[in-house]
Design a protein around this ligand. Structure first.
Ligand SMILES: Cc1cc2nc3c(=O)[nH]c(=O)nc-3n(C[C@H](O)[C@H](O)[C@H](O)COP(=O)(O)OP(=O)(O)OC[C@H]3O[C@@H](n4cnc5c(N)ncnc54)[C@H](O)[C@@H]3O)c2cc1C
Length: 591
């Protein structure tokens, strides 16, 4: 087996282990790839239960008052620090442990409620929202999800109040996008009571201000020469823990402390292992699922700020004797920003609800949310910037800071390229396995194989002939629902065609994957928008309001999203991929 093939086998084995642990309920995104509309997960649009909504409203009111009085995003950016009194205040408001259960000192909020809190912070200061995410969404997440009762009792109370801060340390020099390539070693002591950790981590948010770090390190697999990743709770008072750089100077989210640290023969007790030995990659990826959900909330908040800033300026600034908002090229930007912000909020809410409702596997949805919201926020900031013209360039307005702050979003917690490929490949795996079943049986027929292949074939055939029903309750949205169903059907045909045409090489064909993932993302976004709009129409109807006024924002989003999906599916058969790849090859060879 050559090196490339060996690497591929290793990746497939890791992915199998991580992603396909056993039979699971069909989620919404996986359903799309099979040509189904799994309505139960997305319709009706989720609502926070009334009792918790009251609690959330109170928390949001308190938070807004606190942020109005104490949060100064300009000072945080200039001084490259979030003042301790802001952190303490957030702790007192419960923000640093929003989803922690009451028994460990948290308010026990759902992800949906937590996302509303993060949206509020994200609308004001990206440094602060990233800090909260690093601490709560990922820093203490492994403890919340995988910790034993004893571990939670010991560590959580101080972490949820912010008396202690958390960090999540996965990234190393050789383990960036390739998260499975962690090199930090954890060797068991002779009596097995502790592990000895050696290695370095870099780009870690809160590294130098955290008292508890979730650290990923490589442990031996008993009875074999292999190693696997395990999650450890590490504290900076352990001998051998050294901060190499507390605050790496950086372009955006400057208030966050992004650091590097080394562990040299650090003895970590066995009782500090989170989850199972050797299952740290699963821990890490699950933690990042939560991070990506609140990422979506923060981006939604920031996009709403862009929309507010852009409309304020477009309404007041005059050129050529007209306000800027009268020019069509400015209108186009504002309309798109509004449509995207509406979709981002809907997508965040539905994705968070999947977690709250206990869907086992929501990896594709969280990846789609992360890619979609970070890309759309980048466009929104760029458009708002453009509407402000030269004035946006100066530091007295927030847009230059927002632009700098937002750039990390497309890179952190899984770069958008890696996640795009992931969405396509994990999504296509289901139908791909069914085709494999059919193909293998054709080559080597066996009684059991024929049965399985028959079932798979019928399922494929069923999806190919049946346009899925999108069950909206409002008759005025029926036409959009029908179009969405038809697009899902066309998407499924395109996925099948790609799998049949390219077979295994599709694993490396990222330009094809990008279109498939892009179409899946827009199908998900459109579904969330339609679900939200449907709920609004129903709500208005229940309250005796006339629904004659169309939700123009949702209407525009659906029109543009459907057009985008059609374009992506068309481009699967009509593109310049060969020329793109040949050009890149010729250029990279030259340099
Ligand atoms: C401000 C900041 C805060 C951070 N906080 C944390 C933290 O708290 N904890 C933590 O563990 N990490 C953290 N990170 C690390 C972050 O998650 C990584 O930067 C990210 O995973 C990308 O890794 P990398 O920077 O090594 O880029 P690389 O892996 O070198 O990738 C560079 C680029 O190559 C491309 N690329 C890579 N692989 C592929 C592929 N398979 N297909 C197509 N394109 C590809 C992508 O465009 C990618 O952006 C932070 C980073 C920053 C900048």
């Amino acid at each position: 087996m050559n090196e490339v093939e060996a690497q591929r086998q290793k990746e497939i084995q890791q992915a199998e282990e991580l992603l396909f642990a056993g039979p699971q309920a069909l989620g919404f995104a996986k359903g799309l790839f099979h040509g189904h509309f799994v309505a139960d997960w997305v319709m009706p649009y989720p609502r926070i239960p009334a009792a918790q909504q009251t609690e959330l409203d109170k928390s949001l009111a308190d938070l807004r008052e606190f942020l109005d009085q104490h949060l100064d995003p300009v000072a945080i950016d200039r001084q490259a620090d979030i003042p301790r009194d802001v952190i303490n205040g957030l702790g007192q408001l419960g923000v640093l442990g929003m989803t922690a259960p009451v028994e460990y000192g948290g308010p026990g909020f759902t992800q949906m409620a937590n996302c509303k809190v993060l949206e509020e912070i994200g609308s004001r200061c990206a440094s602060t929202s990233v800090f909260v995410n690093a601490h709560h969404s990922i820093g203490i997440r492994a403890l919340l999800l995988f910790g034993t009762h004893e571990q939670k009792q010991k560590w959580l109370p101080k972490l949820v109040t912010g008396e202690q801060l958390g960090a999540f340390a996965l990234t190393e020099k050789e383990a960036g996008s390739d998260a499975a390539n962690v090199q930090m070693q954890a060797r068991p002591s002779e009596d097995g009571s502790y592990f000895i950790l050696n290695g370095e981590k870099r780009f870690i948010t809160n590294a130098a201000i955290a008292q508890v770090l979730t650290v990923m390190a490589r442990t031996p697999v008993p009875g074999s020469s292999k190693t696997a990743i395990t999650a450890f709770l590490v504290t900076p008072d352990m001998p051998g823990f050294t901060i190499l750089e507390a605050r790496m100077p950086k372009m955006g989210i400057r208030g966050t402390a992004t650091g590097r640290f080394a562990l040299q023969d650090v003895k970590v007790p066995k009782r500090n292992i989170l989850g199972l030995m050797g299952k740290g990659l699963k821990v890490a990826l699950t933690v990042l699922d939560f991070g990506r959900t609140t990422f979506g909330a923060c981006c939604t908040g920031a996009a709403k700020t862009c929309l507010r800033l852009a409309t304020e300026h477009a309404n007041t600034r005059k050129q050529f004797n007209k306000t800027l908002g009268e020019f069509h090229l400015v209108k186009k930007k504002i309309a798109r920003m509004a449509a995207d912000a509406y979709a981002m909020e809907a997508m965040t809410t539905i994705t968070a609800s999947l977690i709250d409702r206990g869907l086992e596997d929501y990896m594709i949805e969280t990846a789609m949310l992360k890619v979609f919201t970070t890309e759309r926020l980048w466009e929104a900031i760029n458009d708002a910037f453009q509407i402000y013209g030269g004035s946006a360039y100066f530091v007295d307005l927030p847009l230059e800071r927002m632009l700098r702050d937002a750039r990390i979003n497309q890179i952190g917690e899984g770069s958008n390229e890696v996640l795009t490929s992931f969405i396509a490949l994990v999504g296509m795996r289901g139908p791909g396995m069914e085709f494999k079943e059919i193909y293998d049986t054709m080559l080597k027929p066996s009684r059991a194989g024929i049965g399985r292949a028959w079932t798979a074939g019928m399922r494929r055939l069923g999806a190919a002939v049946r346009i899925p029903d999108v069950p909206v309750r409002s008759t005025e949205l029926r036409s959009f629902a029908n179009q969405l169903g038809r697009l899902i059907w066309r998407f499924n045909l395109a996925v099948n065609r790609a799998l049949i045409a390219y077979r295994e090489p599709i694993l490396d064909m990222q330009l094809v994957q990008e279109r498939i993932a892009g179409a899946a993302m827009d199908l998900f976004a459109s579904t969330c928008v339609l679900s939200r709009w449907d709920a609004e129409v129903q709500f208005a109807r229940r309250n005796g309001e006339s629904s004659s006024e169309k939700n123009r924002v949702a209407d525009l989003f659906l029109r543009q999203s459907f057009r985008h999906i059609r374009g992506l599916l068309r481009d699967l058969n009509d593109n310049d991929d060969n020329a793109v790849l040949a050009t890149a090859d010729s250029v990279t060879r030259r340099h």
